[in-house]
Design a binder for this molecule. Structure first.
Ligand code: FMN
Length: 187
C-alpha cells in the first residue's frame, strides 16, 4: 500500500517561525506509512478574488495549491494566533480551497490544527476559528483533532520542538488520529 499523504499548511511566513519548527518536528516524526509535506509559498497566492476564480484567469499558484490539497489524504495546519483569530495567509488558502462551492479542494478532507502561542492559551481562538472556517469550506474537523501549545517560551525554552518528547508524541498521535477520520456515510 502506498504511504498516506498529509499536506502541512503553515500560518506564519517568517524564517524563525515557531509554527515552521513545529511543522519540522511533525515531518521528521511522521508515523510509519505516512508522508507529511509542508506546502511552502503560501505568500505567493494572491488574495482570493471571484474575479480570477475561473478557468481563464486562475493564477497558476492557486491551481497548484488546490491540486496539492486535493491530492492529499488529509491536511495538518500549524499556526500562530493573530489578533485573536487566524493569520490572513491561512484564511486565504482556506478561501481558495473552499471553491468551487461544494467541490473545493478542502471538501471532505480531514483537517487537524496545531496552534501555539506565547501565552498559556495556546492560540485557542486561532485553533477554533481555523476549524470553523475549514468546516464551512467542507472539511472534516473535530474538537479532538487539535493541539494548543503554549506558552511556547516555557515549553520550548531554548530547544527546538523536535527535542520536546511529549509534544512530538502528541503530534504523532494527532496525525495518526487524523488519518483515521472517515467521511460520514451518505444518507
Ligand atoms: C500581528 C500579530 C498578532 C498577534 N496576536 C496574537 C494573539 O492574538 N494571541 C496570541 O496568543 N499571540 C499573538 N501574537 C503572538 C504570536 O503568538 C507569536 O508572535 C508567535 O510566535 C508567532 O508565530 P510564529 O513564531 O509561527 O511566527 C501575535 C503576533 C503578531 C505578529
Amino acid at each position: 500500500m502506498s504511504d498516506a499523504k498529509v499536506v502541512v499548511l503553515i500560518g506564519s511566513l517568517r524564517d524563525q517561525s515557531v509554527s515552521k519548527q513545529i511543522a519540522e518536528a511533525a515531518v521528521e516524526n511522521s508515523p510509519a506509512g505516512v508522508v507529511l509535506e509542508v506546502r511552502d509559498g503560501l505568500e505567493n497566492l494572491p488574495f482570493y478574488s471571484e474575479e480570477t476564480d475561473n478557468a481563464d484567469a486562475l493564477p497558476a499558484a492557486v491551481a497548484d495549491v488546490r491540486a496539492t490539497i486535493a491530492d492529499a489524504d488529509a491536511v495538518l495546519v500549524v499556526t500562530p494566533e493573530y489578533n485573536g483569530t487566524i493569520p490572513a495567509v491561512l484564511k486565504n488558502v482556506i478561501d481558495w480551497g473552499s471553491r468551487p462551492y461544494g467541490a473545493g479542494a478542502l471538501k471532505g478532507k480531514p483537517v487537524a490544527v496545531i496552534s501555539h502561542s506565547i501565552s498559556g492559551r495556546g492560540g485557542q481562538w486561532a485553533n477554533a476559528d481555523t476549524r470553523r472556517s475549514a468546516e464551512v469550506a467542507g472539511a472534516l474537523v473535530s474538537e479532538e483533532l487539535r493541539l494548543e501549545l503554549g506558552p511556547t517560551g516555557e515549553l520550548f525554552d531554548g530547544i527546538h520542538p523536535r527535542e520536546h518528547g511529549e509534544v512530538v508524541a502528541n503530534i504523532g498521535t494527532l496525525v495518526t488520529d487524523l488519518l483515521r477520520v472517515e467521511a460520514p456515510a451518505a444518507v
